[in-house]
Design a protein around this ligand. Sequence first.
Ligand SMILES: Cc1cc2nc3c(=O)[nH]c(=O)nc-3n(C[C@H](O)[C@H](O)[C@H](O)COP(=O)(O)O)c2cc1C
Length: 316
Amino acid sequence: MLDWTDRHCRYFHRLMSRHAQLYTEMVTTGAILHGKGDYLAFSPEEHPLVLQLGGSDPAALARCAVLAEQRGYDEINLNVGCPSDRVQNGLFGACLMAEPQRVAAGVAAMKAEVAIPVTVKTRIGIDDQDSYDFLRTLVDALVEAGVDALIVHARKAWLKGLSPRENREIPPLDYDRVYRLKQDYPGLTIAINGGIKTLAEARSHLQWVDGVMLGREVYQNPYLLAQVDAELFGDLRSAPSRHQVIRELLPYIERELAAGTYLGNITRHTLGIFQGLPGARAWRRHLSENAHKRGAGVEVVEAAMARVPEPELDYS
Ligand SMILES: Cc1cc2nc3c(=O)[nH]c(=O)nc-3n(C[C@H](O)[C@H](O)[C@H](O)COP(=O)(O)O)c2cc1C
């Protein structure tokens, strides 16, 4: 999720679930091919890891897919769902729903170059183009191009007039449309996304589709991940407690600080981990007040954690 997640966030999330597929935020082909930084960097612990690309030029997408495969990503996902203006000008994101052949050409170009799966994340429609047939036209083109799976955010996007934030809240969710898509394309792997907040809800969607993707809820309430392996993947090994998760994060923090990362850039992802426990607010406050200070190190995290009484059996 742009501006929210990064590789530190994924490292932290991976401490709570071995099986959940983790995604990068959207990275544009332009940033990868012409940017100054290394936009493909990740830690091996983040696997299974999907790179989400933003772009529409088939040659650029294919080049990025090759680079990602060489770096060890497990899958490439193309963003056909982001409604931001910035994105529309660059011709990528949700506006591409109106150009199925262009998206299909991008998918085909990537498929021709890499062996890892190539998937697409899309909305159910844009603006007034929100009929089921409109969605099917895109899906038909993607199937023809060999797409390996779809993730469908079950609401349309208004490209004019709504902010990206409003576009995640105002257009109503239509889960039935995604279920119907799965019925009509039984051989295509389809995951559903949008407004899912609990694993019970996730389970109920899984009666109809092959996968679920959670965005905001997992970011804000990350400990939800600790039950994913047992509840959704049948892996009953015991999940770490919240305190254990943070303790396991400390060596990573030390390594990253030594490499020049600021503490706050890691701890900002952890603010919600104690949600619902006594001391959760003190944890957040201590980190927010201290993690950005010059020279702040793991002792700040330890002091923040000391403000949350450790339950004898932390399992929820
Ligand atoms: C801050 C923020 C940034 C996002 N960035 C991306 C992104 O880079 N790529 C993407 O496919 N979706 C992005 N999304 C959308 C989410 O992936 C997801 O589709 C949407 O929030 C609905 O799912 P949710 O209700 O589980 O959050 C972003 C959402 C938020 C809140």
